[in-house]
Design a protein around this ligand. Structure first.
Ligand SMILES: *Cc1c(COP(=O)(O)O)cnc(C)c1O
Length: 471
């Protein structure tokens, strides 16, 4: 008993040491992959080790290979941090070790998920009657939503895809924007819809789906009866620019075409939680399904995505394990596995619950708005540096910029990444190298933005000093 308590206490101290080191430690790891293999590898031990020794030596050996994603100066991809309450609740979720697939695997976990499902719908202003599922990430949220879509559009043609599969089914046409996220394609692959059959709708210079092109494509490919089973995938929050597809117009076209409208709102859907930003995503609530993440902008520890489906019947038909005749006790909580692709699963709801309770409605709005404010501050400062050009309208939390040519962009980015003060990724935009910065962490302060801009200034000065010396 005493040993186990001591182990957990010591582990909590290691965790607190890590959190306290974030301001100073390099955001980028200091060890190479080979060094990490040396430190962590070797033969599988024959004999047991004391748990405290295991944890302490793991923490020591892994530390130089840990990316500072929890840092306020990690701006790569779209990666949230962890709110303190969410991190602590996640420890409890691991400690309680519930199997959150069924109510009998943990009624508290099931009830907490019911509660957060309702809270999230309210916060994101989605229909109260929608169903939901907590899954591993936005990728699996797409898969869940698009499975519901597949069920729905085929059942309207009298086809039972859950029973009969896709062989011989009426073909489904899928339309999606040119700047859709790669996870849409993979979900379509996993569902047997094929990634290569998607009708790709051109995007404008910010990455938004072009409504005129969608209208034309719907007209062209509607088939003789004009009623081919149709799924449209729209996006709120393009990963490079943060741009939002024109939802109201797309909703209208989807309605005319009798299509299922799915929305990738991995991070952008959170704009709906802010009174100041809500207009950007107006109309999104009329879609048929929505996929988003809690591990990005809500700042819960990895992993947690969320699927919402306007028509719970289609959602349940696509996912349910339990036969319909197993009439559920209406006083029982919902069995999560009937709504998720997983069977056994971790109790993700506890961390989401803690995040939402610790922030409250106002705190979520403030988190979203302050991330966007930090992104604007960064864009304004970077635009003032020599050779730097901001490429996007900074409507949300993403900043896209580049230097005068691809080589310079690559070299300056590499210098900033190597310095360790901040980290963000490179990308390509309009066939040219660019740098993308995402502010999605509750910790990111104006000082973090300043330190990041200063790192760019140092990289630019080092370059001009080097070229001055050369001439
Ligand atoms: C991150 C992201 C995804 C994928 O989300 P995961 O949680 O990594 O599965 C999908 N779409 C967009 C727009 C994203 O930013």
């Amino acid at each position: 008993m005493g040993d186990e308590r001591e182990l957990l206490r010591r582990t909590a101290e290691l965790a607190a040491d890590f959190v306290e080191s974030l301001d100073e430690r390099s955001v980028w790891p200091r060890a190479t992959v080979d060094e990490l293999r040396d430190a962590l590898g070797g033969p599988l031990p024959d004999d047991a080790s004391a748990p405290l020794d295991v944890v302490e030596s793991l923490a020591r050996a892994a530390d130089p290979g840990i990316v500072g994603m929890q840092s306020g100066r990690y701006f790569g991809f779209v990666i949230g941090g962890s709110l303190p309450a969410a991190l602590a609740a996640d420890w409890l979720a691991a400690t309680w070790d519930q199997n959150a697939g069924l109510v009998v695997g943990g009624p508290a976990a099931a009830v907490v998920e019911e509660v957060v499902g309702d809270w999230l719908k309210e916060l994101l202003r989605l229909p109260r009657t929608a169903s939901f599922a907590l899954v591993t990430g936005c990728q699996m949220a797409h898969t869940t939503c698009l499975a519901a879509a597949r069920h729905d559009v085929l059942s309207r043609s009298g086809w039972n895809v859950e029973h009969d599969g896709l062989t011989g089914a009426p073909p489904i046409r899928v339309l999606a924007g040119a700047k859709r996220h790669a996870t849409i394609d993979r979900s379509l692959r996993l569902l047997g819809l094929g990634a290569g059959r998607t009708v790709e709708i051109p995007a404008d210079d910010q990455g938004r789906m072009r409504v005129d092109a969608l209208r034309a494509a719907l007209g062209e490919s509607s088939g003789p009866a004009g009623s081919a089973p149709t799924i449209i995938c729209a996006q709120v929050g393009e990963v490079n620019t943060g741009s939002v597809d024109p939802m109201s117009e797309i909703v209208e076209l989807a309605g005319e075409a009798d299509a299922w409208l799915h929305v990738d709102g991995a991070f952008g859907l959170w704009a709906a939680a802010s009174p100041a930003l809500r207009d950007l995503v107006a109309g999104v609530e009329h879609a048929d399904s929505w996929a988003t993440d809690a591990h990005k902008w809500l700042n819960v520890p990895y992993d947690c995505g969320i699927a919402f489906v306007a028509n719970p019947e289609s959602h349940r038909a696509a996912m349910a394990v339990q036969a319909e005749y197993l009439v559920q006790d209406r006083h029982a909580a919902r069995d999560q596995m009937d709504w998720t692709p997983e069977f056994s699963r971790r109790a993700r709801g506890f961390a989401v619950y803690a995040a939402l309770r610790s922030l409250g409605r106002a705190g979520v709005a403030e988190l979203v708005e302050s991330s966007c404010a930090r992104a604007k501050e960064f864009a304004d400062a970077i635009a003032r540096l020599p050779e730097c050009e901001v490429l996007n309208e900074v409507v949300l939390n993403q900043v896209l910029f580049r230097l005068s040519d691809d080589a310079t962009t690559g070299e300056v980015l590499a210098a900033v990444q190597a310095e360790g003060e901040a980290w963000m990724s490179g990308t390509r935009w309009d066939d040219r190298a660019a740098i993308r910065l995402s502010v999605s962490n509750w910790r990111t302060s104006p000082a973090d933005v300043g330190r990041t801009v200063a790192s760019f200034e140092r990289a630019l000065n080092a370059r001009s000093a080097a070229s001055g010396y050369a001439t």
